[in-house]
Each structure stands twice: as structure tokens, then as C-alpha cells.
Write a new protein. Sequence first.
Length: 489
Amino acid sequence: MRTVQHTPVEAGPFIGGRFVESAGQERQSTVSPATGQVVGSFALGLPDDVDRAVTAARHAFTSWSALTVFDRCRFLERLIGEIENRREELARLLALEQGKPYRVEALPEIDETVSNIRVAIELAKYLDGTMPQLANPRKRAFVYRVPRGVVAAIQPWNFPLGTASAQIAPALVTGNTVVALPAPSTTLIEYEWARCFEAAGFPPGVFNLVTGHGPVVGDAMTAHPDVQVVAFTGSVATGRRIAARASGKAQLIELGGNGPVVLLDDADLDVVLPDALRSTYGAAGQSCTASGRFLVHGALYDEFAHRLIEAVQREVTLGLPFDDATTMGPVNNVPLAEKLDRHVGTALDEGAVVLTGGGRAKGFPTDLYWEPTVLTDVTESMAVAVEETFGPIAPLQRISSEAEALELMHKSPYGLCAAVYTRDVARGLRFAEKAPSGLVNVNAAPGDTETHLPFGGRAGKLSGTGKILGRYPMEDVFTELKLVSVNLG
Ligand code: NAD
């Protein structure tokens, strides 16, 4: 069966604890990238909706921030309960709307969402202030850690709930209130997530959602004078615009990368191969932590290429998200599919060779099913090597030394995550210490990490600023230090 049974979701803003009409009269339909069926529609919000949502969030801040962290945690515990009760239903909508395979990716994203909330709950209880020593014996000083206010939280479409929970749970638990904007192509799942907030009984205005287009709704959010923090996960182009518009506000900006995976001459291919499959074709490559390119020492190049193709053909099954055998679904949207066409097409014109895959797969309900692809003879002049391709493509670039790999990484504008493979762990560690990236894994895929560890781009690169996950965004972004001193007389 090509389409799946589904009741359309008609989404709109959630403001002040209620689902309300948008100020905008227009709606946009959501079409499943997997089946081509209409999954529902959402209201195209206007700046007036943003203003209402920010006002609700500003009013809610007074009482929400006055609760103890233990009380706030109780609301988030209830949110977890609501998500867990609807786990399969949410995963089904996520698979249908986003395109990711239900069993191997959509269900795990719901679980990751819960895990992000749990980590925020656990760690927030340990945040504290200080009482510093003073030169003046008649004074006392207290350094409080206080929430900042209203957070504008903007999500991408590749991991809508994963990223929303990573931004929003630490913001809420530390006492901020939130106005969220989902990406257009994954608005329905975030709308259903807002229903979980409603069911969990959060006080009105603590969490708000506005649906619509980034340049309208997002622009109004990021420049709003009553917003104190902007948390954004998305593309470099949008991130740069937002960083400028939100100047003066606290910012957590998580952008793209091109995940270099370096195979030194002594890499163990048995270790590399499963990681390469998972990190290149997982999420159909639509992950900021994907292996974007492989920098492979000449001594291993041919053997790695040969074994990678065999592994791809044996283990990656492109298919409908609800087929149990599927390990990889379609890509999410037309502009992305066209970018993949372009990156691979121009690489072939410039001398790259397709060993497997290379284009859109036939025989599926939509033309967004992109074949798992391996490209060899890739060079530094090709977009597929140096840009964020964001698809199920492994470009293999030949290197002749460790120094060359480091030089290419330093030249790259990205610095989100990277991996190096070597049998000599000390050599790997030395390489990692020199690599210009926010996360470097030795003998593990670029994106392998855990929810309590800091994650984010390297300063000076274009992969973002600030660390998301763990206690870091709570300390650095969602709270600030406030000094109160008392003259005892
Ligand atoms: P995008 O930048 O196109 O859109 C992201 C969000 O920004 C959407 O909600 C969109 O509505 C909104 N937006 C668009 N214009 C805006 C504006 N002018 N003001 C405010 N908001 C605006 O990104 P995308 O295509 O949805 O996501 C893919 C990108 O996200 C990739 O580059 C990927 O690497 C990155 N990403 C990064 C991380 C990370 O943690 N570093 C995680 C996931 C995705």
C-alpha cells in the first residue's frame, strides 16, 4: 500500500495555553515526502500572532520563574508522560510528515525527545549561584543564577522534536518561557507536541507555538523587543541573518557542518564501515552530524571504496517509512533533492565517479527517494566535498598525509563535528586536539555523542555559537548571573 491511513492534522498557533485562530487567513498544505498524500495543513502566521505569543510568554514569565526548579520539573515530568503515552502515534505522524523510517528513526526520535527532557530535569537541579568573598567586611554579596526571560526557539525539519526538546526543555526548566517556530515541513508534528504541553497542564503562556514561514514569523520573533534569548537550529544562511537581527540578545545558534571523516593510513576498516553506513545514510544524510565527506589515505582508498559499496548494497534499504525492512527513507523536500542532483551532477562533470547510486530512485510514490550513493575521485574543488550536501552521499577524497587532512579541515568554513580513524589511539588523540571542530571522535562516527555532553560549533567557523545539550545551554544561554550585594552598615 502506497498511502497510509491518516486523519489530517489542521495546525495553528498555541498561545496563552489555548489553540487559537491565527491573524493570518492563509493556510499551507503539508504533503508527505514519503507517500505524496496530504497530511494536513497549517496557518501561515503573521507578526500579530508573534506579538500575542510573546506577550503571553512575558506575562507567564513572572510566575513561572518564581516557581522552584523542583516545581517546574514536575510539569516537565508530566510532559514526558504525555509524550510516552502517545509514542507510537507521534512517531507515525513524524514518519509520514518528515519521511523518516518509523521503526529505526521516528520511534528513536520520540525517545530522544524524552531523553533530552529528562537530562534537563536532572541537571537543572544542580545549577547554583555563589556567595563570593569580599574585601569589605561590612558587605555581603550573592551571585544568583537567574532565567533570562522569553526565549524564541526556532527548529529545523530534520529532527523537529529532537531539536525542539534540546532547546526548549533546558529553557523551561531554568525558568524561562518560550515561543516556538517549527519548520514549515514539520509543523504538524510540533503542533501535536504542543498538545502534549496542553495535556500536561502547563500554566498558560509558558509554552507557545506560532506556525508559518520563517521570513515572516521568525523575523518578527528574533527582533521582538520582549524576547531576551534566541535559540536557533538550522542552516548557516538563516543563522547568520538571525544572529544579526537578534544582536544584543543571548543566542544559541546551531548550524550546519560537513562532517569530515579522516581515515589515516592505519585505520581499521572493520571499525570504520558500520559507522560510515550509519552516519552517511542514517536520516538519509539529513543530519548536521552526518559524515559529509571521507578524507581517505591513499594506502586504504581503493579497499575502503570497494568495501563501502558492498556494505551499502548489502545493508542500506531505501524504502517506504512504514515498511519494516526500510533503513532509509526519502529526503524531506524538493529544494534539498535538487541540491543533491546539483552537487552530484557537477561533481561528475568535474571528474568524480559514481560507484553506486547517483540519483533519484524510481518506483516510489514520490521522486524524493534519493539512492544511497558512493562517489570516488572527489576533489576539493567540488561542492559535494566542501559544502553541506545533506543527503545520502559518501564523497571519497584521497589524502596522502595526516597533515593534509588537518589542512583541509582548517580551510573548511565548517567546524561542527569530525571523526578520525587510526589503530594508534594516541595518534588519534593528538589529531583530535589539533582538529578545528566542536566535536571530534576518535574511532567513532562524527555524530556519536550523548545527551548530557556539550554539542556545538567551533568558534570562528560557520557552524554556530554556544553549546546545546547537557548543562551547558542552561549555564551559558538560558540563565545569567546576577549580583546582589548588601551593605550591613
Ligand atoms: P533553515 O535555516 O532553512 O530553517 C530552519 C528554521 O528557520 C525553520 O523553522 C524556518 O522556518 C526558520 N527560518 C527561516 N527563515 C527565517 C528567518 N528569516 N528568521 C527566523 N527563522 C527563519 O534550516 P533547515 O533546512 O530547516 O534545517 C537544516 C539545517 O539545519 C542544516 O544546515 C543542518 O545542518 C542544520 N542543523 C543543525 C543542527 C545542529 O545542532 N548544529 C541540528 C539539526 C540541523
